[in-house]
Every structure is written in structure tokens, then in C-alpha cells.
Design a protein around this ligand. Structure first.
Ligand code: NAI
Length: 390
């Protein structure tokens, strides 16, 4: 991860993170471990936990412990254990924390800000967490400044779109070993992740790619991009593969189970395991069986069987290795720079949700382009004057 290596060199030289206490709640796999190590090697004390028990990789946790990071996590931890791990990771009383889905901030706010005397602020990694932060900020319940890393251009344009697009299909294909070419794919949600999943489905040769949406603008964009758009109730009997990426719930729920084709594959790449209503599916099914690793079969009373991947959790992480390393190098470069910025200057910010500073986005894109050997034009003085008047 060349961007992280360059940032680590800079942090070591400047000593910007010396003495910092950092708590991380994030999918614990090899690429995230690189970010945790960067912090530890730059002079910070780091406590880490997973942001989803199924995406936690125990060997990665063990390696992190060896490199001086304190880890509270275990693959497949129960809901209670998972909660305990989050609380333990916050016992560091962080200056800065990284959240992925808003779990830390919920605990911090529930217990009251006075319990975190050293806390300056945090950084949120994903759409679901940002939505929760927006709701908190709106109700005046956010008591620290938070950087919205998810909405930085170098995050959502690449990580959400190309990262999820590639890694969700990689996970679905390696788990099912089914052929996407010639199939009918239904994508729930045409946001940044949905765009990536739909584009990759098309590139893999899907015969039809159908989008379901609730936002008219997103639906129109999908239609003009050449995808079919229809309600889930109409798409349900057509799809061979279903991938939900909405950040909402019950995209595939009781209303449509009976309409699904025999053999339909259900996968979720949204943050929480509520986009396919798994509890309702279990209740509806006559019988449930393990078809193969990470695939459960549900025999329905109409005689059809549908297959659920990775218990309805983030398929690309729970049944795959997450986003490609090149993508995460960019996302984590933003995280590293935002953590340093929060540690250094966050005390000047009133509580609230803040966009990642534009210079940080441009610097990450510039570093990435340089690494790829791609040069761009620069505005001449006259061009800048023409555009900005300055
Ligand atoms: P987004 O906000 O750009 O897009 C979500 C789309 O879903 C919107 O267009 C919205 O109108 C649509 N939607 C909402 N409710 C719906 C419903 N009931 N039916 C159909 N469409 C509906 O969000 P983004 O960035 O695409 O993220 C989506 C989810 O994926 C979030 O939970 C996010 O945290 C997660 N995520 C997962 C990643 C992964 O590695 N699997 C990576 C990044 C984000």
C-alpha cells in the first residue's frame, strides 16, 4: 500500500501522532491492519476492534497484536461479545477514533461525553455511519467533531463504487461458483455501491441488470445508464442473483419471498444484515440447510429453494476479502490524514459532521496518480483567471 507507506514516512518524520491514543472499529482484515500498524509505528497507542463479527479475521488480529496493537475481536463473536469488544476498545479513552457504521459514537454518546475526557473527535468510514451521524447532528446529539470520510471524493467514487462492485462479485462468484454471464441480476439501490455492482454485473455478461430504487433521481440515472428499473415485487420472479446495497432494511422481505425463482441467490453488500430480512426468511422456510460454506438453502412452502450468502451480512467481507488493496490504500490514506488532522487541529472544531478538507482529497488523488505514472494538465495563470476571476 504505497500511499500508506508514504504517509507513514511523513508521520514518523513529523512526529504528528506521537503520544496519540487511537481507537479503531473497522473490518479487521489485512488492509485495515496496515492502517493500524501505520498509527502504531507513528508513535500512537492503538486499540482495535472489528465492525462486523463475520469480517474479523483471527490471523490478522494475531499479527496485529504482535505489532503492538491491542485487539478486542474474534471471528463470529456473538452479539454480546461483539458489544463487549467495542466497549473494551474504547477503554483506551481515545483522543481520536475511527468508526465504521457508527458503533463507537453510539456508545460514547450513550455513556455521556464526560466519560471521555481526552476525546477530540473521530472519523466515519461508511454511508450507514454517516447517515446515523447526520441524524444525531440534526437532533443536537453529537458532542464531538467527526470527519465524514465516506463522502470524500477519493472514498465514495472509488471505494463504494469500484471497490464494492468488484469485491461483491468476487465474493459471490467464489462462494457460489455460478456463472454470471447470461444471468439476470437484480441490484437493490443505485447509490455509489449500487452503481459499481450494476456496472460489474453488466461487464460480467449478465443478460439483464435490473435496478430497484426509491429515489426518482437515482432511478432515472439507472434508466439512462441503460439498466431496467422496476419495483422489487416485479423484479423478484425474474432474478437469478439479488444484491442489496441500500443502507435501508427489508429490501427483500416477506412480501417477495414467495415470488422468488427456484435457485435464486440472495446477497447483501449494505452495511447491516437487515437488507434481506433473514429472520423472516428463517421463519417462512419449511427447512433450512447448509448448502456449502457461506451458503444456506431455504426450502419454501411453494417447493422452491432460495440461497442466502454469508447470513445476509456484507457479502464482500464475510465471504470474501473485501475491497482490492489499491482501493483501500486510497480510503485509508484519507483516514490516516483525517486522524492526524483531527488530533492536531480538531480541538478548534465545534461538535458536528465535517467534510474531509478538499486539500486532503486532492493530495490523495495526486499521490495515487503519481503512483500510477499518470500525468495531468495544470491550469495556466490565464485559465485560472478565466475560471475563478483570481
Ligand atoms: P447511497 O446513499 O449512495 O445509495 C443508497 C441507495 O439506495 C440510494 O440511491 C437510495 O435511494 C437507495 N435506497 C434506499 N432505500 C431503498 C429501498 N428501500 N429500496 C430501493 N432502494 C433504496 O449509499 P452507498 O454509498 O451506495 O452505500 C449503500 C450501503 O452500502 C450502505 O449501507 C453503506 O454503508 C454500505 N457500504 C458497503 C460497502 C461494502 O464494502 N460492502 C462499502 C461502502 C458502503
Amino acid at each position: 500500500m504505497p500511499l500508506l507507506a508514504a504517509i507513514e514516512d511523513g508521520f514518523k518524520r513529523s512526529g504528528v501522532l506521537n503520544g496519540a491514543k487511537i481507537a479503531m472499529s473497522i473490518h479487521l482484515e489485512a488492509k485495515t491492519a496496515r492502517l493500524a500498524r501505520l498509527f502504531a509505528r507513528s508513535g500512537a497507542t492503538v486499540y482495535a476492534t472489528g465492525s462486523n463479527p463475520l469480517s474479523t479475521q483471527d490471523d490478522v488480529c494475531a499479527a496485529l497484536v504482535k505489532s503492538g496493537v491491542t485487539v478486542f475481536a474474534a471471528h463470529n463473536a456473538s452479539a454480546d461479545e461483539y458489544q463487549e469488544h467495542l466497549i473494551n476498545a474504547l477503554a483506551i479513552r481515545p483522543n481520536v477514533f475511527i468508526d465504521d457504521g457508527g458503533e463507537f459514537i453510539s456508545i460514547i454518546e450513550e455513556r455521556g461525553i464526560n466519560e471521555w475526557p481526552r476525546l477530540i473527535g473521530g472519523c466515519e468510514e461508511t454511508t450507514t455511519g454517516v447517515n446515523r451521524l447526520r441524524a444525531r447532528a440534526k437532533s443536537g446529539l453529537l458532542s464531538v467533531p467527526m470527519y465524514n470520510v465516506n463522502d470524500a471524493k477519493c472514498k465514495r467514487l472509488f471505494d463504494n463504487r469500484y471497490g464494492t462492485g468488484q469485491s461483491a462479485w468476487d465474493a459471490i462468484m467464489r462462494t457460489t461458483n455460478l456463472c454470471v454471464a447470461g444471468s439476470i441480476v437484480v441490484v437493490g439501490g443505485y447509490g455509489w455501491c449500487g452503481k459499481g455492482v450494476a456496472q460489474r454485473a453488466k461487464a460480467l455478461g449478465a443478460r439483464r441488470v435490473i435496478i430497484t430504487e426509491v429515489d426518482p433521481v437515482a432511478a432515472l440515472e439507472a434508466a439512462m445508464e441503460g439498466f431496467e428499473v422496476m419495483p422489487m415485487a416485479e423484479a423478484a420472479p425474474l432474478g437469478d442473483f439479488f444484491i442489496t446495497v441500500t443502507g435501508c432494511r427489508d429490501i427483500i422481505g416477506e412480501r417477495v419471498f414467495d415470488r422468488l425463482k427456484d435457485g435464486a441467490v440472495l446477497a447483501n453488500a449494505g452495511h447491516f444484515d437487515v437488507e434481506v430480512n433473514v429472520a423472516a426468511l428463517r421463519k417462512t422456510a419449511k427447512a433450512v440447510f447448509i448448502a456449502r460454506e457461506n451458503i444456506e438453502g431455504f426450502e419454501l412452502s411453494n417447493g422452491r429453494t432460495v440461497y442466502l450468502l454469508a447470513e445476509g451480512r456484507l457479502v464482500n467481507l464475510a465471504a470474501g476479502n473485501g475491497h482490492p488493496v489499491e482501493i483501500m490504500d486510497m480510503s485509508f490514506a484519507l483516514q490516516a490524514m483525517c486522524v492526524a488532522e483531527m488530533f492536531t487541529n480538531g480541538h478548534k472544531l465545534p461538535p458536528g459532521l465535517y467534510p474531509v478538507p478538499e486539500e486532503v482529497d486532492s493530495e490523495v488523488a495526486g499521490m495515487k496518480l503519481a503512483g500510477m505514472g499518470i500525468k495531468t494538465d495544470r491550469l495556466t495563470k490565464e485559465q485560472r483567471m478565466y475560471i475563478t476571476g483570481r
